[in-house]
Design a protein around this ligand. Structure first.
Ligand SMILES: [Fe+2]
Ligand SMILES: [Fe+2]
Length: 184
């Protein structure tokens, strides 16, 4: 399905940023400088692409239809599971921004630890969130939503993606730039 393929592709892109996070963390561990500017770019990626674009699409379309049509199991899986995890990710990013601001004012080893704690915390949280969606939540939706509802998911996903071409292009380019810099 187009909509699910797109969501999974977005997960791959988020995991590619997670790989850059891992590499930057190792560099810092080995005594490298904290690349504050690139980490701020990654915050933009996480917020605008990972959250507003990807989580926004899940929340607006697929998850909304799941809660409407799939009863208490979906309610539990989505509202008490996925939505809570989206919020946890947002909180981790807020803490990361605070750690970056503090480090710029006062660059200490403790400040580096604070940054590492938050970027690696985000990476771990998102990886596990993505695995749950790929392995459990999306297959559950595809298997159980009525065909006409899945058709609506497809249409609305296409509309959403057409409306947000610029976001997708901007952050695909940023991802490639970060990989070229850190993943060689
Ligand atoms: Fe999600
Ligand atoms: Fe997701």
């Amino acid at each position: 399905m187009y909509s699910i393929d797109q969501l999974e592709l977005e997960h791959e892109n988020i995991n590619r940023v997670n790989a850059v996070i891992q590499k930057i963390s190792l560099d810092i561990l080995h005594g490298g400088e904290v690349p504050v500017e690139d980490l701020r770019k990654m915050v933009d990626f996480i917020r605008d692409y990972g959250d507003a674009y990807h989580h926004g699409k899940e929340e607006e379309i697929l998850f909304t239809y799941m809660m409407e049509h799939l009863g208490p199991v979906a309610e539990k899986l989505v509202r008490s599971g996925m939505y809570v995890e989206h919020d946890q990710g947002r909180a981790l990013v807020l803490d990361l921004v605070a750690a970056l601001d503090e480090y710029e004012k006062n660059p200490t080893d403790e400040g580096k630890l604070e940054i590492l704690t938050n970027i690696l915390g985000y990476r771990r949280q998102l990886r596990s969130h993505i695995d749950k969606e790929n392995d459990v939540v999306y297959p559950f939706a595809v298997k159980n939503l009525p065909a006409e509802v899945l058709e609506k998911v497809e249409e609305e996903t296409k509309e959403f993606n057409e409306k947000n071409v610029e976001v997708r292009e901007k952050y695909t380019a940023m991802l490639e730039e970060l990989e070229a810099k850190y993943m060689n």
